[in-house]
Design a protein around this ligand. Sequence first.
Ligand code: FES
Length: 157
Amino acid sequence: MDASPLAVVAPLLEARKNLPGGLLPLLHDIQDALGYVPPAAVPLIATALNLSRAEVHGVVSYYHHFRQVPAGRHVLRICRAEACQAVGADGLIAQAQAALGCGWHATTADGAVTLEPVFCLGQCAVGPNLLVDEDELHARVTPAAFDRLLEGLREPS
Ligand code: FES
């Protein structure tokens, strides 16, 4: 780990180290600040919170919310909940995984896209739906629309 992530983690550790039940809030703080929880931070967290490395690693790896490597340039979240499934989400997911060459919680080899599942985006009447990054909702996504979207996401920023 280079000095920069450590420099970010250190004050967050300091702020949470004496708070009971501080592990999850600390992990959220680190992920919010860096976009992931660097594996090299695990022993520092363990020491600060008087936990074992295994305990910290167990929590980081149990919750898919916590990344252990940085995400791609874009995060693509495809809705897997019932209403979207009823209108073709499974086909869209298969298309996405084949086109991206990766499964859930993984990133394309070119670093362009990280694929994540989501369970309802609140737009159940207009599925299948997906979300790009934090706020770009796409509804009624057809195979052709997905191909066009992916082309845009793969363009270097
Ligand atoms: S089920 Fe997909 S948006 Fe609600």
